[in-house]
Design a protein around this ligand. Structure first.
Ligand code: ADP
Ligand code: ZN
Length: 821
């Protein structure tokens, strides 16, 4: 007779970082059961031979009916790493964006928190053997990584056994020795510097003892220490480079001091210098800024989100700074969201000067070590993370006591996560955060999103206006340049009207700088044979190949395919290939020819691939080494250049005629923002916008900076065509390698949804109907905004579930995009 073990009555449910809606039950013993809490991580095995990190969501005594429970492998945390506020946010994100809880968790947590069998590992740079105190097992892994560069957990699993491997790997990650690999794919690397600090045991009054402790013949080490103290007195962190230079001592002497445990090294990237003391006073506000600040504060009491509608350079950022100051004085935390961290170096510097070490920067492209650090600092309410500056990912941090949420440039599309799931809108989730935490939220923009402005009209949000630029700086003088007319009168050169070239010339003469904006990289986006009309397309995608002249390549911007530039047309064999359209590379080329003596630089994703190249290009421009800077929309965001006299938009039509219901809104926002780059100082700047459609209503509104008219026009259109905010949209993106099957799947889905909902559009081809050999169809559901939305979404999930159970459609992938952008 089998006697039931007492310990077997304890169960936990865990969420795994997988595309599954269920949680899974594991058995634990009484001791584990008592110790575990919701929000702690456990290592478990799942399926055949797979290890997963699970997060505990429930403890209970109920044996699952349908499967045998396995025991957990071990417990990873001593305390929960997720708090109740976050659980509520995750729950909402999952149900609103129709994304399984595990996928939300995977996106929200730093990658190294959620190891899986499939995770690859690699060594961190700059870790030397003698720094490490490793166990034998840990050492074996380090050795393996020195030999192989990357190793999957799966392959190590066999070596160390399921039970041990996560423990060892987690410990190595905690020690900063290794990292999991997701982030390595990303190109952006923050620039790091090495600083030195005095170890704690020698701090304070112990300096004399310290010098005595050095042996008599350690003259060089003494010099280093003296220099160290003298640098430290200047109140700045001590840079390793500088210390070595100024003390005149060698690296080996410094190493000895480190080995003796007197000094230790800290590597940090420049955005996050955490020892810097505040060095600047907060600026006194102008009277209109003061009024705005007062209004904002009184509206915060009313418990609605507040929109700060302030034109560019009106000093929104200064107002944020004043608000932040008050909140951190009360010991509360601040979340400051910006659309793109990599583009806000200037902002980071500005904030650091005021708030010193109270500010942390959080970024998906930072190393996991750093992300992990910020996460834990926020969780434990450390002073260094009192203010978190972050792109959209920051909304998922474990705030305990959030006193203020700022969403700067709230209209920016980059707040929407496009890939992978969950496809959330961080601005919208920030508004939900404000409900969860009961903390004020401020949305700031010069050109608010239509939905946001609509919310102020419906009294769901409050609004504060700031309509003058700080210090009486004039708005730039915007002019539309009619390319049609210029062509007719033969007043063009290349892609420029002569008028624009003259303006550039004049600007350069008075030693001002020029920005030229073109939202397309490469040299020319279309290569076509003049004789037979053949267009060189990507073999894997339905797009034309872009010429990259300098590299002598034709490239696909969707899948990365590239090929040598053909001399003859591959179809008719004639040497008549002609290149059409303009990219940034061509503009740079042409300008260099027109303005021989000018320094022309380019900022786009081709030139910013390398380490620090983004910062380098910008700092050259800022230091006036560059005369003309050509760039894509990367240029537009949040940059503050003092010496720009002229901004040229090469072709506004590209923006205006983009096939999307938001094209008008986007164009207006983008053009106003580009214009905002000109003349941010006393003198009035100039903006020239080239177009073949000078009468386009949006351009007329840009000319007058007339947001109100844009809003009125847009909202009328949206109402008529049942677009947001009058409807809620859910886009289904259906992908398959087989065109026929893709179409059938899309039709199946369309029909099923049409049974339940009134407005189901499609199936239609996606904007790019084929990418990487997969055909893409779309089905769009438009729902009236109503209380029953959650129910309707659950219905959609049910239909999708049925769909995925059809064997014939097994290969078909369906992406669900709620509130698509
Ligand atoms: P916005 O965020 O609205 O574009 P900023 O806050 O960046 O505007 O302000 C534009 C410029 O004016 C910045 O260089 C900023 O330092 C300066 N500025 C704004 N307000 C003040 C103020 N009250 N005192 C001094 N300088 C200010
Ligand atoms: Zn391609």
């Amino acid at each position: 007779m089998i006697k039931l073990d007492k310990d077997q009555k304890y169960y936990i449910d865990v969420v795994l970082p997988l595309n599954l809606w269920n949680s899974f039950t594991y058995k634990v013993n009484k001791k584990e059961f008592d110790f575990l809490q919701k929000g702690m991580r456990v290592a478990v095995s799942f399926g055949k031979q797979r290890l997963q990190t699970g997060i505990v969501v429930k403890k209970h005594f109920k044996k699952p009916l349908h499967y045998e429970t396995k025991p957990i492998l071990h417990i990873i945390d001593n305390q929960p790493i997720i708090n109740d506020f976050q659980w509520e946010l995750f729950r909402f994100t999952s149900s609103y964006y129709l994304s399984p809880p595990g996928i939300v968790l995977k996106a929200a947590l730093p990658g190294s928190f959620m190891l899986q069998s499939e995770t690859f590992l690699m060594l961190n740079e700059g870790v030397t053997d003698n720094q490490l105190q490793l166990s034998d097992d840990e050492y074996l892994i380090v050795e393996a990584l020195q030999l192989q560069k990357t190793v999957s957990i799966k392959s190590l699993q066999d070596l160390f056994g399921e039970k041990k491997i996560f423990k060892i790997v987690n410990s190595l990650i905690k020690k900063g020795v290794i990292r999991s690999i997701q982030e390595v794919k990303e190109k952006y690397k923050p620039k790091t510097e090495t600083y030195l600090q005095l170890s704690e045991q020698w701090q304070g009054e112990k300096i004399n003892e310290l010098f005595e402790a050095l042996s008599k013949n350690a003259e060089k080490q003494r010099q280093i220490l003296l220099q160290f103290f003298s640098l430290q007195r200047q109140g700045k962190p001590v840079l390793k480079k500088q210390l070595l230079e100024q003390s005149g001592a060698g690296l080996s002497s410094l190493k000895s001091l480190i080995n003796k445990g007197i000094l230790f090294e800290i590597k940090t990237n420049i955005d996050r210098i955490n020892f810097e003391a505040a060095s600047e006073q907060i600026k006194e506000l102008s009277s209109s800024q003061k009024t705005a600040l007062k209004e904002i504060k009184s509206l915060f009491l009313k418990d609605k989100p507040v929109l700060l509608h302030g034109i560019t350079s009106s000093g929104k950022t200064e107002i944020y700074i004043h608000l932040i100051k008050e909140v951190i004085k009360q010991g509360k935390q601040v979340l400051y969201l910006v659309p793109e961290i990599a583009l806000t170096t200037q902002l980071v510097q500005r904030l650091t000067k005021i708030f010193g070490n109270a500010i942390s920067v959080y970024h998906s492209k930072y190393s996991q070590q750093e992300r992990r650090e910020v996460w834990l600092n926020v969780l434990h309410k450390q002073q260094t993370a009192q203010i978190v500056l972050s792109a959209r990912l920051g909304i998922f941090l474990p705030f305990q006591d959030l006193g203020l949420i700022i969403v700067d440039e709230e209209h920016e599309p980059s707040y929407k996560q496009v890939q992978p799931a969950p496809r959330y809108q961080a601005r919208d989730l920030a508004v939900y955060l404000h409900k969860i935490y009961q903390s004020p939220v401020l949305l700031g923009s010069a050109t608010p999103g239509i939905e946001t402005y609509f919310n102020t009209r419906r009294q769901r949000y409050n609004i504060v206006r700031l309509q003058e630029r700080f210090g009486g700086v004039q708005l730039p003088d915007i002019e539309i340049v009619d390319l049609k007319e210029a062509l007719r009168r033969k007043r063009t050169k290349g892609n420029f009207s002569e008028y624009v070239l003259e303006a550039i010339e004049k600007t350069l003469q008075v030693k001002k700088q020029v920005i030229v904006f073109q939202n397309r990289r490469g040299y020319a986006p279309v290569a076509q044979c003049e004789d037979c009309g053949h267009v060189m397309d990507c073999p894997h995608c339905d797009v034309s190949l872009t010429l990259h002249k300098h590299q002598h390549k034709l490239k696909c911007h969707y899948c990365g395919y590239q090929t040598e530039v053909p001399l003859l047309c591959p179809v008719c064999g004639n040497p008549s290939i002609n290149y059409k359209g303009i990219g940034t590379e061509q503009i740079q080329n042409d300008l260099q020819i027109f303005f021989e003596n000018a320094v022309v630089d380019r900022l786009d994703s081709d030139t910013t691939r390398g380490k620090n190249s983004f910062a380098n290009i910008l700092s050259k421009f800022q230091n006036l080494e560059t005369d003309i800077l050509v760039g894509t929309q990367m240029l537009v965001k949040g940059l503050d250049f003092a010496n720009v006299g002229l901004v040229v938009v090469m072709n506004a039509d590209q923006l205006l005629y983009y096939p999307d219901f938001r094209a008008d809104e986007r164009s207006f926002q983008m053009l106003m923002q580009v214009a905002g780059r000109a003349g941010r100082q006393k003198e009035q700047g100039k903006v020239l916008i080239q177009t073949f459609n000078p009468e386009h209503p949006v351009l007329q509104m840009v000319l007058k900076g007339d947001y109100q008219s844009l809003y009125n026009m847009q909202i009328a259109q949206r109402r008529e065509l049942f677009y947001p905010p009058y409807s809620k949209m859910i886009n289904l993106i259906i992908k398959d390698k087989n065109l026929q099957k893709c179409q059938e799947a899309a039709e199946w889905l369309q029909k099923s949804f049409a049974n339940a909902f009134e407005k189901v559009l499609g199936p239609s081809d996606a904007l790019i109907p084929r990418i990487k050999n997969r055909f893409i169809k779309e089905v769009l559901i438009k729902l009236p905004p109503s209380k029953t939305l959650p129910e309707q979404k659950r219905y959609i999930l049910k239909v999708l579930n049925t769909f995925h159970n059809i064997a014939y459609f097994k290969s078909v992938q369906v992406v669900v995009d709620v509130d698509p952008y």
